[in-house]
Design a protein around this ligand. Sequence first.
Ligand code: ADP
Ligand code: MG
Length: 564
Amino acid sequence: MPAIKILPVEIRNKIAAGEVIERPASVVKELMENSIDAQSTNIRVEVLRGGKGLIKVTDNGSGMGREDALLCLERHATSKLSSADDLFSIRTMGFRGEALPSIASVSRMSLVTGLKDAPSGVFVEAHAGEVKDVRDFPGKGTSVEIRDLFFNTPARKKFLKSDRTELFHIVDWVTREALAHWDIAFTLFTEKQETMSIPRASGPRERILQIYGREFVEELLEVHVHSPGLTLAAFVTRGEHFRSSKNHQFIFINRRPVKDQIISHAVYQAYEGLLPHDTHPVFFLFMDIDPGKIDVNVHPTKREVRFENKELIHRFVSSSLREEIRKERSHYAAPFLEPSPHFPQRPFPGSGVNPPSSEYKESLVRGRGISDNIDLLYQSSLPFLYLGDTFIAVAGKGGLTLIDHHAAHERILYENFLKGMNLNSHPLLFPRQIKLSHKEYVLLLESKDTLRGMGMELDDFGHDTLVVRSLPEALEEADLRGILSDIAAALGEGLRPFIQLKEVLAARIACHSSVRGKEILHQEEFHHLLLRLENTETPDQCPHGRPTRIFISLDELKRMFKRK
Ligand code: ADP
Ligand code: MG
């Protein structure tokens, strides 16, 4: 007897389901994509207990006839592909004919579907992929209901996370599909409550606005580029509104949400030199690529694509974005060789000397150099030199110190905030409404009490909007939308304790209010910065772990010049 046997169909289906259906959110994704392929304009998703109790997706699309309603549960049954050549002209979300049989094999499924002009629709019920009932049933469009997901694969079921976590994965998928398909209306019901309601939009910008709110969109730079067989519509961080997490990064290729290292790398490269360490740009990239130039059949869940020419794609994304980002920043991204502000070698406040005169201070405020006439009682200063607009070189005792003044300032502010963080709440004269993504909204509301302890009073305004009623003073001028996003990201990573959140907040405030790269420090300010840095607990690192200063000793210099 041969040792090898062909596996029975139930086992084959379970194995395939293992690849395609990892968790309730994968079911939601596959069902929504089927609805999208069926030209629906309205998709409604309902879930109970993070999808463990129920997942139901209803659409107003083409529907299926009776025969198709049964065929669709068969493995490798699809209406989207008829020859191998078609694999390179795919415009639909699905094409592998795997999703429905995979889902059906690990759940109890019922399906109601009807063609638009047919007198009646059909109802099909299947348990573990086996059809139990088929009968006429009124209906147009399609509605698929999944109960008891993984009831017959206990190992998979055991790996499911809490209802809340599974729900977040579902929200993520509804968000991704809604972003990619802005011309379709989406609604999500959780525990019978409407939690997301996104009407049809005219384009990606409006869709981003619907999901994340106006303040969020206004921080985004819009870039459109066409080249033969390649189109890019990008919405990326403008100015300095970087985030502490990668939560708002999306890539869509031919409207398919994908993960792609090459394209992500291209975006980061476009920000080279502008992106502070450990911060991340927000990006939404909508790319259209000739389907003949990509392979979408490389991943069972179709989350990845392969490019015929990846260097070309990388260059296209990176250079298109870089140019626009630079244009935007050109007014303060001073070129390295621009003459640095010239200051006469001024005395330097040693210990116990008089504070600077008010005239001196005034001249600093006005941003001028220091007039030689002002009589100052300072000791001779350490000479310092600006290298570009971020680094300062100081010739000190025994060597050369290079300082990143932005990082140094961040460290000082961060510790100040942590030590004496004034978390006293200041009521806002005009409470601010902030629209958030659904996930951010839920996370922040859940931690409302902790946030109150930090001086942030938030109220629920419904529709993923919070009303901010009071704030710690330090935050009043800050980019509130960005701060809330960062806190939500920290909460999403499971940082809950007060102290951890306080650190997130302190780092954020420090980053926001520290000296911006474009600001040039004057001698006195610079000296003050050095003293304060020296007095911090960790003077050599900024709150994100970057160095604030690097010392090169004379000995090292000698070695570099081969004099030692
Ligand atoms: P694929 O999407 O890769 O073709 P599926 O298993 O997801 O494979 O679906 C099988 C087939 O069932 C589809 O090709 C389509 O013809 C039909 N179908 C599935 N869902 C719907 C729907 N919501 N509306 C209309 N037809 C559908
Ligand atoms: Mg499908």
